[in-house]
Design a protein around this ligand. Sequence first.
Ligand SMILES: [Zn+2]
Length: 142
Amino acid sequence: MQRLHQAQLFKQLALISKFLAEIPLQLEHSVMNLRVAISTNFQVGNFGTVARLIQVIAELVVNARIQLPEQALLEEMLEVCNNYECQDKCLPVGDFSGALCYSTMRLIPGKIFRYCPFCTATFHPELHQACCFCNTVLMLNQ
Ligand SMILES: [Zn+2]
């Protein structure tokens, strides 16, 4: 029972890290978030997500003209992802907008969500009228 709970928590961590990796930040912070997201999603078998995040980190470092020490490891991970046809094993299925509520850290059900035009944070449409982080009035995505 304890192990099952830990597995669920790790899947939730992988999901949250995937969203954190997509937040626009300074280069070093983005690279750090992407590393965590790649590692956790690889461990739960989200190979499509990992392949996409490896592409994002590769583009970031090429544009910034820096080299990652784990470049060879990322290439090996990408090969594994391709062997599994880049399929995600642990992403929630159902009617989700694909956005994460930044106040509850849960996927937003349905297609409608609110977003902050200043910091791009997304929220469940019924929870907030203003951004929890910068207090900007939220917009609806439709
Ligand atoms: Zn905001």
